[in-house]
Design a protein around this ligand. Structure first.
Ligand code: COA
Length: 277
């Protein structure tokens, strides 16, 4: 287990419900929240995957349970919240991580393909958040943490459906930060860049594209699940108690940078010919 930069009991007594928590980035977040003292409930569609994930947390001696369900269904969102409160007595952190994604040029995307991603990502985030309101309010010091992306900060080809969904999630989060602040509910998001060893990278950056991305990121590497989990632990902690409505981009600077029109080598040749030209 890597050494954490945070105090081990930072989230002691907190209860978190994590959608999409059975695998990948959201499992990594669940694991890290639990390692810092939180009790976690993993929600997803595949019971077998959830069972295995919870067993691995139990093996570490962490407090974890699961509830199977689809975030697109409001009744199942309510059931997940009720199960969390029945199991661990409260709800302090709702992490909306369930997401669907695939590459598809928009002229090939069906209306149902577009709707499916909007339903999982955006409607799913609304359903879970709305269903959790009463318990987040009872907590008095709670957080809705949405997983966004950086795709919609520019025009990302073949990702119109996800761009639309994530832009909606960020807008919804800003609204709720304002409406629900008075109830002690903070609403934040993390926008991960390209994160290595994930389903997303396998789907969205096949055929060696991951190496090309890593070479172009200002910090010169892909992100890790740990990078995202650390951001989630920070935002879940009292160190972030005055931060709401904010999207924390964790991408090594990737979305900021444009391809250079003039490379450094070209500049050196030009400079050698005519210094200060
Ligand atoms: N390209 C284009 N359209 C696609 C697609 C793809 N790769 N995958 C699904 N769709 C379309 C389907 O064709 C269908 O539309 P249609 O009825 O017009 O044909 C629609 O999306 C629904 O597909 P379906 O497979 O029935 O939905 P689902 O709810 O079972 O699947 C997805 C959900 C679409 C998110 C699926 O890709 C999935 O389960 N992905 C794994 C999880 C994931 O993506 N994680 C995120 C990693 S970043």
């Amino acid at each position: 287990m890597p050494q954490s930069p945070f105090r081990h009991d930072l989230l002691h007594g907190k209860v978190a419900l994590i959608t999409g928590g059975g695998t990948g980035i959201c499992f990594g977040i669940a694991q890290e929240l639990a390692r810092h003292g939180a009790s976690v409930v993993l929600m997803g569609r595949r019971e077998e995957v959830l069972k295995e994930a919870v067993a691995s947390l139990h093996k570490e001696g962490l407090k974890a349970a699961f509830v199977s369900g689809d975030v697109r269904d409001y009744g199942q969102a309510e059931k997940a919240v009720a199960t969390t409160v029945a199991t661990f007595g409260r709800l302090d952190i709702l992490l909306n991580g369930a997401a669907g994604n695939f590459l598809c040029p928009t002229d090939q995307l069906s209306a149902n393909g577009f709707k499916t991603v909007i339903d999982i990502d955006l409607l799913g985030t609304f359903n879970m958040t709305r269903a959790a309101f009463k318990d987040l309010k009872s907590s008095g010091d709670s957080l809705v943490l949405n997983i966004s992306a950086t795709l919609h900060y520019q025009g990302t080809l073949m990702q119109a459906h996800v761009m639309a969904a994530k832009a909606g999630i960020e807008a919804l989060g800003r609204n709720l930060a304002c409406e629900w602040g008075e109830h002690g509910i903070r609403v934040c998001a993390i926008a991960p860049g390209a994160i290595g060893d994930t389903e997303g990278m396998r789907r969205l950056a096949p055929m060696g594209a991951d190496k090309k991305i890593a070479a172009e990121v200002p910090l010169r590497r892909l992100g890790s699940i740990q990078d995202i989990a650390n951001a989630a632990v920070f935002l879940s902690s009292s160190a972030a108690s005055y931060i709401t409505g904010e999207v924390l981009v964790v991408d090594g600077g990737a979305w900021l940078i444009k391809p250079a029109l003039v490379t450094r080598e070209m500049w050196e040749k030009l400079a050698a010919k005519s210094p200060r030209a």
